[in-house]
Design a protein around this ligand. Structure first.
Ligand SMILES: NC(=O)c1ccc[n+]([C@@H]2O[C@H](COP(=O)([O-])OP(=O)(O)OC[C@H]3O[C@@H](n4cnc5c(N)ncnc54)[C@H](OP(=O)(O)O)[C@@H]3O)[C@@H](O)[C@H]2O)c1
Length: 312
C-alpha cells in the first residue's frame, strides 16, 4: 500500500487541532444547563483560584426576554446552567420562549409578564419570585430603546417615560435584589445599552440622554458594591439582527425612498467586520460577564459592535 506522507501529516495535524479545540471547549463550558450533563471546571492560571464558568445554582433575571438579545440571553443562561426568570410585557411571547427552552431540553423559565415602566407592578412580581427563590444573582437590564427622533423636538413626556422605564426600573430592581446578592457574595448587574454611550447617534435624542444616564448609574453603582462580589457592567450592542433592527431598516428605507436591502448594505458598510451581529453573539458576551470567569471585570462599557465605534 502506498502512503502519501505529506497528506498523512496534514491529516494528523488537523486531527490534533480539532482535539485541542474540542477539549478546551468542553473544559470551558460543560453543558451544565442540559439534563444529565456535568459542569465544566477550569483552574485559573496564576491566580490559584479554580473558576467554574457555569452558572449552576444561580438565578438570572433577564428583562426584555421575549425577543432579540434578551431572548438569546435566556437561552445562553440556560445553557450555562442558570435558572432563568424571563421578563417582558407580552405573556404570549414569553410563553413561546418557554416552549422553545423546554423543547431544547432546558428547564422552563419563571415568566414575568410586566412593563418595566410600571414600577409598582414590577416590584410585586419580583417579590413573588423572591418567595420562591432565595436570591436573584444576575440581572440583565434590557428593553426596547426610547422613541427615536431629534432631541430638539422631544417632549417632556418622552423623556419622563424613558427615564422611568430605564433608569427608575433599574434602580428599584437593584434595591430589591442587592441584599440577596450580598448574602450570596455573588452578583451581576449587566445593562444592555447602546454604543451611543460613547458617541451619540443622530436622530436618537432621548435614547442618547437615557443611555448616558444608565451608564453613569452603572458606574456609580460599581463604586459602591464591588466589595460584595458584585460586578456592574454595560454591554453596548452595535447593529444586531433582531426584529428591532428590521423595523428600523424598514422605517429608514421608507423615509429615504430606498430598498430595505440598500439601507442594510449602507449600515453593514459602516462595520469593519462587514456584517451584523447575531443576537447569540451578544448573549455569549453577557453570559461571560455573568459568570465567575469575569469576576475582575467591573464598571466597564463593552461594545459588541464589530468595531463600528471609531473611538478608543
Ligand atoms: N438590535 C440592535 O441593532 C441594537 C443596536 C444598539 C442598541 N440596541 C439596544 O439593545 C436593546 C435590545 O435590543 P433588541 O434589538 O434585542 O430589541 P428587541 O428585539 O426589540 O427586543 C426588546 C425586548 O424588550 C421587551 N420590552 C420592550 N419594552 C419593554 C418594557 N417597557 N418592559 C418590559 N419589556 C419590554 C420586548 O418584549 P415585549 O414586547 O414582550 O415587552 C422585547 O422582548 C435595546 O435597548 C436596543 O435599543 C439594539
Amino acid at each position: 500500500m502506498s502512503v502519501d506522507l505529506g497528506r498523512a501529516k496534514d491529516l494528523l495535524r488537523l486531527l490534533f487541532v480539532c482535539e485541542v479545540k474540542m477539549t478546551s471547549r468542553s473544559e470551558r463550558v460543560g453543558k451544565s444547563g442540559q439534563k444529565g450533563s456535568e459542569t465544566g471546571v477550569r483552574k485559573a492560571k496564576g491566580s490559584g483560584i479554580a473558576k467554574d464558568p457555569s452558572l449552576a445554582n444561580r438565578v438570572a433575571l433577564v428583562c426584555g426576554a421575549s425577543e432579540g438579545i434578551g431572548r438569546a440571553t435566556c437561552l445562553e443562561f440556560a445553557r450555562l446552567g442558570a435558572s432563568v426568570v424571563a421578563l417582558s410585557r407580552s405573556q404570549l411571547k414569553l410563553a413561546a420562549l418557554s416552549d422553545e427552552m423546554v423543547a431544547k431540553g432546558f428547564a422552563a423559565p419563571i415568566l414575568l409578564p410586566v412593563d418595566l415602566g410600571e414600577t409598582e407592578t414590577l416590584l410585586k412580581h419580583i417579590d413573588k419570585v423572591l418567595v420562591a427563590v432565595k436570591a436573584i444573582h444576575v440581572v440583565v437590564h434590557n428593553l426596547g430603546g426610547p422613541v427615536p427622533g431629534p432631541l430638539a423636538t422631544a417632549s417632556q413626556q418622552d423623556l419622563e417615560r424613558a427615564f422611568r422605564a430605564h433608569v427608575v426600573s433599574a434602580q428599584w430592581l437593584m434595591q430589591r435584589l442587592l441584599p440577596g446578592m450580598k448574602s450570596a457574595n455573588y452578583g451581576r448587574f449587566i445593562q444592555v445599552l447602546s454604543t451611543s454611550v460613547k458617541a451619540p447617534l443622530p436622530n436618537l435624542g432621548v435614547s442618547n440622554v437615557i443611555r448616558a444616564a444608565m451608564a453613569n448609574w452603572a458606574k456609580t453603582l460599581a463604586l459602591e458594591v464591588g466589595e460584595f462580589g458584585i460586578t456592574v457592567n454595560n454591554v453596548l450592542p452595535g447593529y444586531t439582527r433582531t426584529q428591532r433592527l428590521a423595523a428600523l431598516a424598514k422605517a429608514v428605507a421608507q423615509n429615504k425612498h430606498l430598498e430595505v436591502s440598500e439601507v442594510e448594505d449602507l449600515w453593514r458598510g459602516q462595520v469593519p467586520l462587514k456584517r451584523f451581529a447575531d443576537p447569540t453573539e451578544t448573549a455569549e458576551v453577557i453570559g461571560f460577564l455573568a459568570s465567575p470567569m469575569a469576576a475582575y471585570i467591573h464598571g466597564i462599557n463593552l461594545p459588541v459592535d464589530g468595531g463600528r465605534l471609531v473611538c478608543l
